[in-house]
Design a protein around this ligand. Sequence first.
Ligand code: APR
Length: 308
Amino acid sequence: MDKKVSVIGAGNVGATIAQRLVEKELCDVALIDIIEGLPQGKALDLSEAAPIEKHDAHLSGSNSYEASAESDIIIITAGIPRKPGMSRDDLISTNAGIVKTVTQQAAELSPKAILIIVSNPLDAMCQVAYEASGFPRNRVMGMAGVLDSARLKAFIAMELNVSVENIHAFVLGGHGDSMVPLPRYSTVAGIPITELLSKERIDAIIDRTKAGGAEIGGLLKTGSAFYAPASAAVEMAESILKDKKKILPCAAYLEGEYGIRDLFIGVPVKLGKNGIEEIVQISLTDDEKEALQKSADAVAELKSLLKK
Ligand code: APR
């Protein structure tokens, strides 16, 4: 393939991203992880599936960043999950340390790459990667809004018993309890859901979306969601690799857009070969603006924990 994507962290999310990227024949993939044998084993296993899945994308697995050199995109999923008894502050500082080191190493070998951050807590990890890479803001983004919007779309489709393909939905804001689903901009075949569902049903769907990650975590017991997160990261990568210029909700570094400054938060962006090619500013009602500002305050609080 003439494009290359490196996926740092060959765990559940990273390996599923690698699988989807090669099965769509979008690029060659380098899988990198700190655990010896893990990225090599998963890359080889996926390569052995290639004759059956019928793709010619090449996969490599390595513990060394040399394998990631000259990537078009670097997707960072490295980190540790929150363990029982672990405080949010401990999780942030551990994952910030991991994301900082992996970003520095990967960015140095692929100075023109576009970074897609997946590690949590997402908005804070984007900030770490932005600072560690020194890349311009159009080349650093986080995956959250595409996942949260996909969950909202899935729940709307289940509620109305219609095709998921008929549904469009937007979730903005930080990736967490403060996310801002926008029912006014959520439609079924172009019809806003506010005309199809009662306020009670919409509120219930929104609550389920906000708790989407926790619902899966609770069912799985060990580990967290990975199929939908991987699909979301791959949709972003595909728009960049094919220069499709899709408008997707992604965590972007705002410099005054939506009245927010110096912060990564989920907003609609246009994704093409240059990364974030535009931050799309949609009009919001006073209530929506207030919810986005509240979400920005929650992200700013997370960001402040990074400095401790
Ligand atoms: N360098 C490279 N890889 C690392 C490092 C490091 N310094 N530290 C940890 N890793 C690897 C782990 O070895 C593991 O294989 O990151 C991988 C994480 O995989 P999982 O534990 O399976 O976690 P996963 O479910 O894939 O989630 C990864 O994405 O959605 C987010 O919240 C999630 O932050 C988490 C991340």
